[in-house]
Design a protein around this ligand. Structure first.
Ligand code: BES
Ligand code: ZN
Length: 627
């Protein structure tokens, strides 16, 4: 083969690396906005359309090994010698061959490693399209994978593996074009140790004769961050005609009870925002080290067991992940700068689902708590990270995953609803989901839509919306309707009465308080209440031994702030048993505020770290380092 493509490959990788460093393309007009700074792939030249995975999961070596067969198409007008460039991070590439025909070896080159983005793989391909097969294995440290010992599971007998591909970790377990702007269909065959079950966020193919091999198909085109796999001692319970739950055997009944309203949620969303387009909607309950509350893997939401409160009080998370079946999975952020399009829309729709299924009171409560969390984040974030259309050049997309994307994004949409009226805004959203279905769009695309399709309906309402400020200004210097909740106002008053000594703890009207009312009460306490006064609360309401993880986390935060020693042991159990980053970070942050706390944080983290997911461990690492 002549040298042409290889020179191009070297140039391409160098240019991509340079752009990441300088953020040169970040503001380069509409086309530049669409460029994904977090991928080294070249979908504008040669684009992957379909991937077939043939994988084997090996717990002993903590590796997945197998092949990814990629079908690609050269894009119109792109050079005939442009290679196919994939993302990878930490993968060992064993070889590449031609998938169509004789399996002849194909030349490839692995580019230099970028600490955030990984290593591009450039594969010499010819012609308008075809297929190549990449033989590879993952590193034991792959960021997407968490390998659990039996001791970290509910059953304690079998190991467990799950993946977390969002935002840019798919490349640590599959060589592909790892950009949310590139949609693919896929098929998979997964071999697992005898007795274990594999599930993927895809349709299950009929079982073949080998009980250790599981087959899957994803016929809808999805972005790579939605590819997901879990392997363990898993069992299934149906909960409705198209819904069900996967979990370890000892957890599955509790989960089926907790998620009983899922079908109602789907129907409520369909009524307003159009059909659910993914066939089944199942949930998978993971072991407690899952670093997130939930992950909207298509057809199969992955969820933390910490939402199994026993009273369905934390199912707004199901509403949230389900809502992503429209905002996120159907209409996807084109780059991680546009992450708020995924999450802000989803929080807005989540609250609409909660309102439809559980009533307006509960939706208002969620909105008030959400705004509190946004204000907390705004208080600690630099101004440049307080904007919806965040600049992530040269940074980990993780840096953009704050309440700004979620709650400020949701406030923006709520404000549009207020300005134009619910029916007209819903009609706009329905049309938005239909027109952009199965595509990936940017913040600019959304603003164009607003200007073309919503604003002309009511120019007076439009005049009150400052689009540039909503997407580009820090803080909350925009006009918005502050959410309120009468029920939370009453809780706030109770907290005030207790703090001021007007009412003893035992006489507080806590009888019917929901999880959310407890959270609001605990958040309403002043920073320094005093350990003795916390003792009074604890005696009256048994807060330290609470099993509800949301209440426990909020209480432990108050306890740390006040040096309340009786909660010390619970804090340590909590931080070692649960790996959900949303709970870990505030607690570690609070501990780091004093020298003794810092020592405790380091001691607890040293014990807990091996059980944390790489994503959570890295976040705590960063926090401790920055301290
Ligand atoms: N897609 C997110 C989780 C995520 C975001 C993973 C960014 C990796 C990178 C998911 O939908 C989510 O937002 N989960 C929330 C729960 C929700 C109720 C706000 C979480 O995990 O806390
Ligand atoms: Zn989300």
């Amino acid at each position: 083969m002549h040298l042409g493509p290889w020179v191009r490959i070297a140039a391409l990788a160098a240019v991509a690396a340079l752009m990441v460093e300088s953020g040169a393309m970040a503001e380069d007009g509409a086309k530049g906005m669409r460029r994904d700074l977090h991928s080294l792939a070249n979908p504008d030249e040669v684009r992957v359309r379909h991937v077939d995975l043939d994988l084997a999961v090996d717990f002993a070596s903590k590796r997945i090994e197998g092949t990814a067969t990629l079908r690609y198409e050269r894009q119109p007008g792109s050079p005939a010698d442009a290679p196919l460039v994939l993302d990878s991070k930490g993968l060992t590439i064993l070889g590449v061959d031609k998938a169509d025909g004789g399996r002849s070896e194909v030349s490839f080159r692995v580019g230099p490693a970028d600490p955030i983005l990984g290593e591009p793989i450039a594969i010499a391909v010819e012609g308008p399209g075809g297929s190549v097969r990449v033989r590879y294995r993952t590193a034991p440290t792959a960021g997407a994978l968490q390998w659990l010992d039996p001791s970290q599971t509910a059953g304690k007998r079998e190991p467990f593996l799950f993946t977390q591909s969002e935002a840019i970790q798919a490349r640590t377990w599959i060589p592909l074009q790892d950009s949310p702007g590139v949609r693919i269909t896929y098929g998979a065959s997964v071999r697992v140790p005898p007795g274990l079950t594999a599930v993927m966020a895809a349709d299950a193919r009929p079982r073949g004769s080998d009980p250790a091999v599981f087959g899957f198909a994803m016929p809808q085109p999805i972005p790579s961050y939605l590819i997901a796999l879990a392997v363990g001692d898993l069992t299934f319970r149906p909960i409705g005609p198209r819904t069900g739950v996967w979990a370890e055997p000892s957890v599955v009944d509790k989960a089926a009870f907790e998620f009983a309203d899922t079908e109602k949620m789907i129907e409520a969303t369909e009524r307003r925002f159009g059909p659910y387009r993914w066939g089944r909607y199942d949930l998978l309950v993971l072991p407690p080290s899952f670093p997130f509350g939930g992950m909207e893997n298509p057809k199969l939401t992955f969820a933390t067991p910490t939402i199994l409160a026993g009273d369905r009080s934390l199912v707004a998370l199901v509403a949230h992940e389900l809502a992503h079946s429209w905002s996120g999975n159907l209409v996807t952020n084109a780059t991680w700068r546009d992450f708020w399009l995924n999450e802000g829309f989803t929080v807005y729709i989540e609250r609409r689902i909660v309102e439809a299924v559980y009533g307006v009171d509960r939706a208002e409560i969620e909105a008030v708590l959400g705004l509190q969390e946004l204000r907390d984040d705004l208080a600690r974030l630099p101004p440049k990270d307080q904007v919806l259309h965040i600049d992530l050049a040269g940074r980990d997309p993780d840096d953009g995953m704050t309440q700004v994307a979620y709650e400020k994004g949701a406030l923006f949409l709520t404000q549009l609803e207020h300005a134009f009226g619910r029916d007209r805004f819903d009609a706009f959203l329905l049309d938005y989901f239909n027109r952009h279905a199965f595509t990936s769009i940017t913040t600019a695309d959304f603003l164009d839509d607003l200007k073309a399709r919503l604003f002309p309906i009511d120019p007076g309402a439009a005049a009150g919306i400052d689009l540039a400020a909503w997407v580009g200004s820090p803080g909350l210097a925009v006009r918005f309707v502050e959410p309120t909740s009468a029920r939370l106002d009453a809780v706030g008053k109770a907290a005030g009465d207790w703090v001021a000594g007007r009412m003893p703890a035992a006489r507080l009207p806590t009888g019917g308080w929901s999880t959310q009312e407890w959270l609001y009460f605990l958040r309403a306490l002043p920073d320094k209440v005093g350990a003795d006064r916390l003792g009074e609360l604890d005696a009256a309401f048994h807060l330290t031994p609470r099993e509800n993880a949301e209440i426990a986390a909020q209480w432990l935060l108050v306890a740390v702030r006040n040096g309340y020693r009786p909660a010390d042991a619970r804090l340590e159990t909590f931080l070692t048993a649960i790996g959900r980053r949303k709970f870990l970070m505030p607690l570690y942050r609070e501990l780091l505020k004093t020298p003794e706390g810092t020592d405790r944080a380091r001691a607890i983290f040293a014990k807990a770290r091996p059980a944390y997911h790489p994503i959570a461990a890295e976040s705590v690492d960063k926090l401790l380092k920055s301290h």
